[in-house]
Design a protein around this ligand. Structure first.
Ligand code: DON
Length: 305
């Protein structure tokens, strides 16, 4: 396995210069486009780490899976999926035009920005601080990492420049999809996206999802089997946005990407994978991390389809 990972890392390093680090959130420009790291936890307790596996990056859209699990736990599928759909879409992750179409009553799914802003608005709490802390505490629990913090520079950078997210949030407010103060909801969303993680944190989240919601070290249930299954299913259909179909063919297991460079990959009942490569493809997905997952899937026969 170690030799396999070395070969896969070396081969896919070349891909890093085919992508571009995200710059629409100015603070993300600082990432090193050549970074590539992998961390794998298998269900039997083995851990494999290589490359830049301990470099920190912001979780970004991978946080959308966390929010989804929190609100499913608190409210159940009926209430959540009444406000956000479960269908894939061929639109970009930050697209908003469909929200203003006559017969569209909710965002397509909780993985695109609009859908994630809706799920963030559903987090329960008496104040925005309480709601954010609920998110952070859940993330700490599922990563088994108590030291997670917000990268303030990235948070403020997105808060200042997130005009498109702001536009879609106000549009959704006008359609009755968001309850409460729009700026407050956006603030929680920007903050949740700006929490710093590494490949090991992603691997831990992925392993919990691979193990049907259980923390394998403590034996404790983090989410129910049903919620883990729903989260994996939505990741499989929408986790890589409008690249989800190709990803399903090439890799073949549920995953979620973030513009910070992370990908969380879940091989049910087998392993949890965290990969980091901040250079992105045209769809905003980490280009070398996808290459790594393709090779891993092929070599270890991991496709679930
Ligand atoms: O809202 C945004 O645009 C970012 N905070 C998150 C987007 C993202 O990670 C898309 N992923 N590939």
């Amino acid at each position: 396995m170690e030799k396999l990972l070395e070969d896969i890392l070396e081969k896919n390093k070349i891909l890093t210069n085919k992508g571009k680090v995200a710059d629409y959130i100015p603070a993300l420009k600082k990432a090193n486009p050549e970074d590539l790291g992998i961390c794998i936890f298998d269900i039997d307790g083995h851990v494999y780490k290589i490359g830049d596996y301990n470099k920190k990056f912001t979780i970004q859209s991978i946080s959308k899976v966390i929010t989804l699990m929190i609100v499913l736990k608190d409210l159940g599928e009926e209430i959540v999926f009444n406000k956000v759909g479960v269908e894939g879409t061929n639109d970009d992750f930050d697209s908003l035009y469909k929200l203003d179409m006559p017969n569209v009553d909710k965002p397509a799914n909780p993985m695109i920005n609009a859908g994630a802003i809706v799920t963030t608005s559903l987090i329960k709490g008496g104040s925005s601080e309480e709601k954010f802390n609920k998110f952070l505490n859940f993330l700490k629990k599922i990563t088994s990492n108590n030291n997670l913090v917000v990268n303030k520079e990235v948070y403020l950078s997105e808060k200042e420049t997130g005009h498109k997210n702001r536009a879609m949030a106000y549009l959704m407010k006008s359609k009755g999809l968001l309850e409460g103060d729009v700026e407050e909801i956006l603030d929680i969303y920007f903050k949740q996206c700006s929490i710093e993680v590494d490949c090991e944190d992603l691997g831990n989240i992925a392993l919990t999802l691979a193990a049907d919601g259980k923390n394998l070290k403590t034996g404790k249930e983090i989410v129910s089997k049903g919620i883990a299954r729903t989260a994996r299913t939505i990741m499989a259909s929408s986790g890589m946005y409008n690249g989800s179909g190709n990803f399903a063919i090439d890799v073949g297991f549920p995953a979620k990407s973030g513009v910070g460079g992370g990908i969380l990959g879940v091989v049910p009942n087998k392993m949890g994978i965290g990969v980091y490569s901040p250079a992105l493809d045209l769809k905003g997905n980490p280009i070398a991390a996808i290459g790594v997952l393709k090779d891993l899937s092929k070599k270890l026969d991991l496709s679930i389809y």
